[in-house]
Write a new protein. Sequence first.
Length: 276
Amino acid sequence: MSFTQAVVLAVVQGLTEFLPVSSSAHLVLVPYLMGWPEPSLPFAVALHAGTLLSLLAYFRRELSELAGAVLGRLGEGKAKAARRFIALLVIGTVPAALAGVLLKPVVEQAFSSPRITSVFLVLNGAALAGAEAIGARRIARANSLKRISPRQALVSGLGQAFAIFPGISRSGSTIAAAMAAGVERSPAATFSFFLAIPTIAGAVLVEAGAILSSPGIGRGGGLLPLAAAVLTSALVGYAAIDFFLTRVSRSGLAPYARYCLAAGLLALFASYLVLG
């Protein structure tokens, strides 16, 4: 993979990891449509490491407070609220962890098929549209992070479990599931991004050996594109988080639903032209 290709895919990853349009789908479809080499596992893991850095930087104050609660450095009131939020993150993370272990062979096969990815992208758009329709017709019971219940955290986590398939957006599925469970858009989006921290960190740690043992990295030839990709995905990801969180309460999920439906159908049509 050339330096330019690495940076372009890093921009794609940074944008689509946090906008609910599926980064995995774009990392499959963009190289496929451009005729570029399929991104290797070490490269994909490195891109996710970059977006993990953007999450840690964006939520650094909140994460510092959570760490303070664990270490006993907060007052009892703040510590109790922080421990409750940590428990919600654990509840929401378990479904995705189990799905990643149990369905890994099936998911790896799906990543090799642009056609399957396109279908999942269409389904992702339908899920976003459905969540927006449901959310517009009901009074949300949770309009802040503090009011999210364990049940709502679990439902959001179940949505995240589906995001192991390419084409299903991790942020989109968790937000859609949370909204269906009665959480307003803004806290649903924020909780989704917090859920991404342990999920992405776990995936990066599990696959870190793949980066270190990669022949291209070992020779040093791929180190510069890899470093540029990590930095680019981190910077673009930070901007994407801020963009989405400041606009989701007003714009909703409908624009992203339309994009996923259109992009998925076009990619599906292109796959039939190319593959027959």
